[in-house]
Design a protein around this ligand. Structure first.
Ligand code: MN
Ligand code: MN
Ligand code: MN
Length: 288
């Protein structure tokens, strides 16, 4: 059975509209789908009305991917199944939107100092209706001829450790986790290996996440090596947390994963998806 609990649409930095992603997921025969745009539930909302009528066998679960900091590192927490109208979550999302604008202003200031004025206006134009992010700055830099490609923009100006890597404005991990829990959702620590932490620091991150009410770790995020899968499975076993999985689909790309992950590859750990499987569905546990 195919599921996907980590996907992006044009509501954040994905290439497909929410409706197009829904269509793709349905065509692929996915049974459970969460749209987890960065810091917004707009992608989920856009399809929430429609999916009951059109999705057939597929169930769409509310989702979001929240940005936060932990010990100076930018960390992502995926929320699943929350009440998108809950006032605590709504206030949190408003705060993240403000943080995102503030971050964009600082990125633009830094780019201006490097000789690239007008970045904020340019990135806003690139973003259109989408949640403003570094990919929009990258697209603007390419459009202006400042760099030859988006990859180069990240390598030189926007990626980790570069001038555009501004992380100071995100709320703390414990706060965003608490918002998801308050809104009745399941909090998942996204792609734990992407933070490049030492083993002991990663254990501390997971411990703090659990104390804040976190429920699960993502053991599959897009394409990963068998060794990464082994490490993540081990992390879930050691911590006793539930597990989640998704493609982290943003767009069709040679390096990215297609929408949908196969449950039977995910082992006998406790999947967050068990909450949303139909009662008659191929149930849970070791058989997966
Ligand atoms: Mn993204
Ligand atoms: Mn992420
Ligand atoms: Mn993501």
């Amino acid at each position: 059975m195919l599921i996907d609990f980590h996907t992006h649409t044009t509501a954040s930095d994905g290439a497909l509209s929410p409706a197009a992603l829904l269509e793709r997921a349905r065509d692929r025969g996915i049974r459970l789908l969460a749209i987890t745009d960065h810091d917004t539930v707009a992608g989920y909302r856009a399809v929430a009305e429609e999916y009951n009528a059109t999705a057939g066998e597929m169930r769409v679960v509310p989702g979001v991917e929240l940005s936060c900091v932990w010990s100076g590192v930018t960390v992502h927490v995926v929320g699943l199944g929350m009440d998108c109208d809950h006032p605590v979550l709504a206030a949190g999302l408003a705060r993240l939107a403000a943080a995102r604008s503030e971050r964009a202003r600082v990125i633009a200031e830094r780019l201006a100092k490097l000789g690239f004025p007008g970045a904020l206006e340019g990135a806003l134009a690139e973003a259109g209706e989408s949640q403003l992010g570094r990919p929009h700055f990258a697209a603007w830099m390419v459009a202006c001829g400042h760099v030859s490609s988006v990859a180069r923009a990240f390598d030189r100006y926007l990626g980790q450790g570069k001038p555009g890597d501004v992380k100071a404005f995100w709320p703390e991990l414990a706060e965003v986790t608490a918002w998801i829990v308050a809104a009745g959702g399941v909090a998942v620590l996204a792609h734990p290996l992407k933070y490049k932490l030492t083993r002991s620091k990663l254990r501390r991150l997971v411990a703090d996440f659990t104390s804040a009410g976190g429920n699960a770790v993502e053991i599959l995020n897009g394409r990963q090596t068998p060794d990464q899968s082994r490490q993540l499975r081990q992390l879930a076993l050691e911590t006793g947390l539930e597990v989640s999985a998704g493609s982290d689909f943003h767009q069709d790309a040679a390096w990215g994963a297609e929408v949908g992950v196969e449950l039977r590859h995910l082992g006998g750990l406790r999947g967050v998806w068990q909450r949303w499987l139909p009662p008659d569905g191929c149930a849970a546990g070791e058989s997966m």
